[in-house]
Design a protein around this ligand. Structure first.
Ligand code: HEC
Ligand code: HEC
Length: 196
């Protein structure tokens, strides 16, 4: 991870901690609106992340977000800074959060997209049949996430984590799709997907 990415992460976590502490009595039940505000510290107020390595949630398929939050609450997908936020969520909170983010319009980040990498990524994506699951628009469906307009750095980070078996609770059908690809291949796929 680059120094900038690390900085972005620690900044995000610091901010989130401040939001959590400013809430005072932690025992008090939080409304969904309060929760969405906390999520927005890292994932962006409008669901489009401006933080390196933190994914945008805007326009994600409803079931994808619901499923991931469920996996996090059950401790299957472990994301340390999110753990205290998801542990006491009720099923209806998971649904409300998923429905909220599915409705928000996804916006491309301001990262530079390299046209050469997009070209190489398109060839790889065709060979690996990424669209068979993530759809031709790469908007995702059901438990398959949206890749289109996702942050480039997060796509690279998550593809590496999946390839290297470091994503906790990861779906094995995805590991098969990226098995044996080089870092350069993953970067090309990320630029291609984000440019959609
Ligand atoms: C302190 C920062 C932070 C806060 C606050 C936060 N998240 Fe996250 N979230 C992350 C990070 C970092 C990841 C990606 C981690 C990884 O893949 O290793 C993530 C991943 C996710 C994912 C998976 C997305 C994907 O594309 O795989 C979902 C869904 C999610 N968060 C929802 C939420 C919701 C809903 C809230 C509020 C209840 C929330 N997050 C609050 C940091 C945060
Ligand atoms: C057989 C279906 C399938 C194919 C083919 C497939 N994926 Fe996936 N992909 C998934 C599923 C399911 C997930 C959710 C993984 C999880 O829950 O751990 C996923 C997750 C991802 C993620 C993580 C994104 C996030 O927001 O967390 C990326 C990036 C991704 N896929 C890219 C690709 C690329 C690029 C290709 C082609 C090289 C590809 N996928 C091919 C099913 C597939």
């Amino acid at each position: 991870m680059s120094r900038l990415a690390r900085y972005g992460r620690s900044l995000a976590f610091g901010l989130a901690a401040a939001v959590l502490w400013s809430g005072g009595g932690c025992a008090q039940a939080q409304s969904i609106a309060d929760r969405i505000q906390t999520c927005g510290v890292c994932h962006g107020e409008d669901g489009n992340s401006r933080m390196p390595d933190i994914p945008s949630l805007a326009g994600q398929p409803e079931f994808f977000v619901l499923n991931q939050l469920f996996l996090m609450r059950e401790g299957v997908r472990r994301i340390e800074p999110m753990a205290p936020l998801v542990k006491d969520l009720k099923d209806e909170d998971l649904s409300a959060l998923a429905s909220h983010y599915a409705k928000l319009p996804p916006k491309a980040s301001d990262e530079r997209i390299d046209p050469e990498l997009v070209k190489r990524g398109a060839e790889l994506a065709a060979a690996k049949r990424c669209a068979s699951c993530h759809l031709a628009t790469l908007a995702g469906q059901e438990q398959m996430p949206r890749l289109a307009r996702q942050r480039v750095d997060y796509l690279i980070y998550s593809l590496k984590a999946i390839r290297d078996g470091k994503r906790s609770g990861g779906d094995t059908i995805m590991s098969v799709a990226v098995a044996g690809l080089s870092d350069a291949d993953l970067a090309a796929l990320a630029h291609y997907a984000a440019s959609h």
